[in-house]
Design a protein around this ligand. Structure first.
Ligand code: HEC
Length: 258
């Protein structure tokens, strides 16, 4: 799925994962003090595999989707010139989040319009039906109860086999130790497992180091004075949960790295 063109109205929506300037924050990032769950609620037993909407609801949602969303996202959610809402793109955007997060992002930003005036205009039950349709189209099973804003809380969006690696294209946060690689590249050693970056939620820079190694791509600013530091990097994953990172922001967390 090619990325949509970066038209003016696309760039106003949540930024796409192209190379962006490197931003430094102060040595200690405030979010280190926050230890909130990244997935939007207490670990719940329920997941999208538990039948969290009904067939009839998804069918209603299909109608609303065709009316309000398909012109940009495609009748089959295939994306056209905008973001696809199914398949690989769905997993890259929503794996390891929850249905209430998907619901909330949709409700607070869609239908898209240049001035934002259409966002949130459809009514909560209509959004619920549309989210049911998105879930249905992605192959999750229908069940006996309808989806609502309340019932969506904490419902995990996970692979059927439970595997938790974020796919290529996910926008994620990692920490690691900055070091020089071959050909003057920059690498992160002792890298953590990537954690998805959620809109308007702070990242946790105190997560433990791991044993992953990353190559930092598209870093536009000199990192020389940070060699050996513990760094926090937000990037889109170019090779799943390891390998090259398309860096959006990088900041120093501490002068030592252990
Ligand atoms: C006028 C075009 C337009 C319409 C209509 C529209 N969208 Fe979007 N949508 C966008 C754009 C632009 C983005 C930003 C990402 C991109 O580049 O595609 C987006 C992003 C999204 C996202 C991802 C949000 C995120 O946080 O990543 C979802 C989900 C979504 N739209 C669902 C919907 C639904 C559901 C509807 C109908 C209620 C809808 N959209 C109607 C253009 C539109």
């Amino acid at each position: 799925m090619p990325l949509p063109p970066r038209s003016s109205h696309v760039s106003r929506a949540r930024a796409l994962s192209t190379a962006a300037p490197v931003v430094f924050s102060s040595a200690l990032v405030f979010s280190a003090m926050l230890h909130g769950s990244q997935s939007g609620g207490p670990a719940a037993a329920r997941s999208v595999w538990d039948g969290v909407f009904t067939e009839a609801q998804a069918e209603r949602g299909r109608g609303f989707f065709l009316e309000h969303c398909a012109s940009c996202h495609g009748a089959e959610l295939e994306g056209r010139e905008h973001k696809a809402l199914k398949g690989d793109r769905f997993w890259a955007d929503w794996q390891e989040t929850t249905v209430d997060y998907l619901f909330d992002q949709t409700r607070t930003s869609m239908p898209f319009s240049e001035d934002g005036s259409l966002a949130g205009t459809l009514g909560t039950r209509t959004y619920a039906d549309i989210v049911a349709h998105i879930l249905h189209t992605n192959g999750f099973p229908a069940g006996r109860g309808e989806l609502s804003l309340e019932s969506s809380a904490g419902v995990q969006i996970v692979r059927k086999d439970g595997s938790g690696e974020l796919p290529t294209g996910s926008f994620a946060h990692v920490v690691g130790c900055l070091t020089r690689g071959p050909d003057r590249s920059w690498r992160l050693l002792k890298g953590s497992r990537p954690v998805r970056v959620l809109n308007k939620r702070p990242v946790d820079v105190s997560i433990p180091l791991g044993d992953r190694e990353y190559t930092l791509m598209f870093v536009l600013t000199s990192l020389d004075k940070f060699a050996g530091y513990r760094m926090s990097v937000q990037a889109s994953l170019m090779e799943g949960g390891t390998g090259r990172l398309n860096v959006r922001t990088i900041s120093a967390v501490s002068v030592t790295c252990e």
